[in-house]
Ligand binder design. Structure first.
Ligand code: FMN
Length: 446
């Protein structure tokens, strides 16, 4: 059994990651308001010893909700309901540094980490959906670099809040009549460009010290932020080469921040169509692509590259000349990803939207279980990934087939755990528990 093992998350998206998943006969589209549906998915991921489940988020309703299940529960609330139905699976929620305040978010994640016994993770986003601004009284979405400037200060403040109670500050001794050692609870008195926060937090230090920091940046700002703060990094790549470039760059930047590369997990997304033969797997993927609705896909594409192709012949060649690469729109990395597909594969418009329908630009692969396991092993053993965000094309069936047919192969090859070694998300990822920056031992060292 090799000692380096894969980290596997289940990325839950209501009906599944293929944009037409909810229309597929096997999906559970009618259950997406039912909390037991998500509790069962989490219990299944836990039964197969996955590291965590993950929920994305954006504080605004997507334009194309007419054609797809594009609404969202608030992730931390959602995960609290799942925490009580599970015991080991990590619980990763997305929350925005642009559209929340540190003190509130510190309380929410501290509560989730306490009530789950140390299983909380925070996917730190600056929010990619521009429409969110109007929901928070802003005339427009702050520019990319400004969002990251605020995010850096935000991380500084919230980390201090989670450290404001030292680990042994909570006494809770009714006989002695002492609840907390107030010498070990610290005001943070933060005064910066974006925030003024006195603190301390009004809840004691959490089992993990703080939630696991997750991030999914891929721009220069995003990568630098990830290398400085993130303990797990989500990313989207279509090819081994582009994943290797990202992996090497992040680990190199992390070393420059004096961080140990093994304390950062790089987790690309993978969306597998699995069947017993290649032909059947391709047919399954085609079946999903036949369910897509151009109105939805073209809106998605417009958000990614800023081009409205609704008047074009879908079976005509994609009009490459209309893309203005100098003015990348939306998420810069997704813009580049789409342009790379167009330049590499010269698709028709229909072929392009079918390529993206699978998982919004993440790696989509079809084939028998052995092939999926081989590809996962190749990325894992060739400097492209420390694990994966598994994005089933449809739920729950697309996850069942991965867990029941691919995971056993990975286990037989010694690439994935047989059982949990610990109880917290940090244990699962092999991450250290950070000491409080206020603790006397740290102060003495400082
Ligand atoms: C797996 C994955 C999940 C993401 N989840 C969210 C999300 O839930 N909400 C969001 O606003 N952005 C999300 N993003 C977008 C990133 O936060 C980020 O904005 C994007 O990768 C672009 O990187 P940049 O911020 O460096 O430009 C996600 C990206 C990836 C790869």
């Amino acid at each position: 059994m090799s000692d380096r093992q894969l980290s596997l998350n289940l990325f839950i998206y209501p009906g599944g990651h293929h944009e037409a998943a909810w229309r597929y006969k096997g999906s559970a589209a009618e259950r997406i308001l039912d909390v037991t549906y998500y509790q069962e998915l989490a219990q299944k991921a836990e039964a197969h010893k996955f590291d965590a489940i993950f929920f994305a988020d954006g504080p605004a309703l997507a334009d194309n909700v007419r054609y797809a299940q594009r609404f969202r529960f608030e992730p931390i609330t959602w995960l609290a309901a799942i925490a009580v139905a599970t015991r080991r699976i990590g619980l990763i929620a997305t929350a925005s540094t642009t559209y929340t305040e540190p003190y509130n978010l510190a309380r929410l994640f501290a509560s989730l980490d306490h009530l789950s016994g140390g299983r909380a993770g925070w996917n730190i986003v600056t929010t990619s959906t521009a429409q969110a601004a109007q929901n928070f009284g802003l005339p427009e979405h702050p520019p990319h670099h400004e969002r990251y400037e605020r995010a850096r200060e935000y991380l500084d403040v919230i980390t201090k809040l989670w450290d404001s109670w030292e680990d042994d500050a909570l006494i809770n001794d009714p006989v002695a009549g002492v609840f907390a050692d107030t010498d070990k609870i610290h005001a943070i008195n933060h005064a910066g460009k974006h925030f003024r926060v006195r603190g301390p937090l009004n809840i004691s230090r959490t089992p993990q010290g703080r939630p696991v920091y997750v991030q999914a940046g891929s721009s220069d700002d995003g990568r630098a932020f990830a290398a400085r703060f993130a303990e797990a990094i989500f990313t989207a790549h279509q090819t081994l080469a582009s994943a290797q470039e990202f992996y090497a760059d992040i680990k190199r930047q992390a070393r420059a921040y004096d961080r140990s590369p093994d304390q950062i997990k790089v987790l690309p997304g993978i969306s597998p169509f699995i069947a017993s033969t290649q032909t059947e797997a391709d047919r399954l993927q085609d079946e999903f692509n036949e369910l897509i609705q151009p109105e939805y896909s073209l809106t998605q594409l417009r958000q990614m590259i800023g081009l409205d192709l609704s008047g074009f012949d879908l079976d005509g060649r994609f009009p490459r000349h209309l893309i203005d690469t100098s003015a990348a729109r939306g998420v810069a990395s997704r813009f580049k990803l789409v342009v790379d597909i167009v330049d590499r594969e010269k698709p028709t418009i229909r072929q392009l939207v079918q390529r993206l329908a699978g998982a919004r630009g993440h790696w989509v692969i079809a084939g028998p279980p052995e092939k999926i396991a081989d590809n996962i092993q190749t990325w894992f053993e060739n400097g492209a990934a420390d694990g994966f965000n598994v994005m089933p094309p449809w739920l729950p069936g697309g996850f069942d087939v991965f867990a029941e047919q691919v995971v056993p192969i990975l286990r037989r090859r010694g690439l994935f755990r047989d059982d949990y070694a610990g109880t917290t998300l940090r244990d699962h990822y092999g991450l250290h528990r950070p000491p409080s920056a206020f603790s006397s031992t740290i102060q003495a060292i400082a």
